[in-house]
Design a binder for this molecule. Structure first.
Ligand code: HEC
Ligand SMILES: [Cu+2]
Length: 335
């Protein structure tokens, strides 16, 4: 009963922590060959460790029981020094286990380090900024913000860089972490088997809003990717008169920092490319995509995401704000 009362809170805690996992934000449900390789290495190491623990504890328990003190038996056991057979066993078995671990580890390390291009691979330069992500496609002359679009079943060569401080690129369903370091390019590759939206996080403490520096890898069929590429260098037509008016506000206040359709932006103090902003599933990396959230973001960005570098536009009147929001929601490239 006492044991049970101790185990219950522990079980409750475990269930609670299990609930912390977000869909897609797990390395245990791999969605591509890189994550699959890494998970199989994790599993292999785990099995080897479990084997060692079970064997050691079994021998330990047996010896405790077999050589326990027996009532009345006061004689000193036979004193032995060294045992060749035992020594041979406990030297060879660990060596064998290490070889079992080493072979797939070394093989996979080479496979994972191979960032050589193949005939249909695509290169994406990923730059971490405080506190957002930039995805540049040098072969296609495209820059995208926050959402990294990739075609399915295609090798994506990822070149990691940082604009300010260190960040770290992690899309658990597709691959393990790799750092973005200022002045250095770190290479890795990923591949997604199925279309889907895979969540990513910055995993290097990079400042106040580090924990909100989320992004998405959006894997789409190759035909959809072609369409995306073709449309990312042009601005969507405003859908209404209101959006047209919003476009003017945008041209006057925002274009100097945010590019749309390849025009505008600022490499030093600018923010994410907004060409396909209307297709974001979250705003600024983490906000539910509602008009209210967008307005709150525009009026008081650092109240929503502490320490970020976007200036507040609280001076915009209600009409301009409404028009601007209408325009921004219409910035789409896929429909
Ligand atoms: C001085 C440069 C600057 C100006 C001017 C500016 N922004 Fe930004 N903006 C940023 C930066 C930097 C970020 C990234 C903030 C972050 O998430 O850390 C950003 C982020 C955003 C985002 C979130 C983007 C996303 O991909 O989810 C939106 C929306 C946005 N800005 C809209 C606007 C609008 C509309 C205007 C004009 C009214 C504007 N910005 C003016 C710098 C600027
Ligand atoms: Cu970061």
């Amino acid at each position: 009963m006492k044991l049970l009362s101790r185990l219950l809170p522990l079980t409750a805690l475990m269930l609670l922590l299990a609930g912390c996992g977000e869909a897609n934000l797990t390395a245990l449900d791999p969605q591509g060959p890189v994550a699959e390789m890494q998970l199989s290495l994790i599993k292999l190491s785990l099995y080897v460790m479990i084997f060692v623990i079970v064997v050691v504890f079994a021998i330990f328990a047996f010896v405790l029981w077999r050589y326990r003190e027996k009532p009345g038996d006061k004689h000193i056991p036979k004193q032995v020094e060294g045992n060749h057979t035992l020594e041979l066993i406990w030297t060879t078995v660990p060596i064998l286990l290490l070889i079992i671990l080493a072979i797939p580890n070394v093989m996979d390390t080479f496979t994972l380090a191979n960032v050589e291009a193949d005939e249909n691979s695509i290169t994406v330069k990923v730059t971490g900024h405080q506190f957002w992500w930039e995805f540049e496609y040098p072969d296609h002359d495209i820059v995208a913000g926050q959402d990294m679009y990739i075609p399915t079943n295609t090798k994506i060569i990822v070149q990691l860089e940082a604009a300010d401080v260190m960040h770290s690129f992690w899309v658990p369903a597709l691959a393990g972490k790799q750092d973005n370091v200022p002045g250095i390019t770190n290479d890795m590759w990923i591949k997604a088997e199925n279309p889907g939206i895979y969540k990513g996080k910055c995993t290097e403490l990079c400042g106040e809003a580090h924990w909100l520096m989320d992004f998405k890898v959006v894997a789409v069929e190759p035909e959809v990717f072609e369409k995306w590429v073709a449309n990312m260098n042009q601005e969507a037509e405003p859908v209404s008169e209101l959006a047209e008016a919003g476009r003017e506000v945008f041209q006057a206040s925002c274009i100097g920092c945010h590019a749309v359709g390849g025009v505008g932006g600022n490499p030093v103090m600018g923010g994410p490319d907004l060409t396909n902003f209307g297709e974001r599933t979250v705003y600024a990396g983490f906000l539910e995509p509602t008009d209210e959230n967008l307005e709150e973001w525009l009026r008081n960005p650092s109240g929503v995401k502490p320490g970020n570098k976007m200036p507040a536009f609280n001076h915009l009147n209600d009409d301009d704000m409404k028009a601007l929001i209408e325009y921004m929601k219409g910035l789409k490239v896929l429909d």
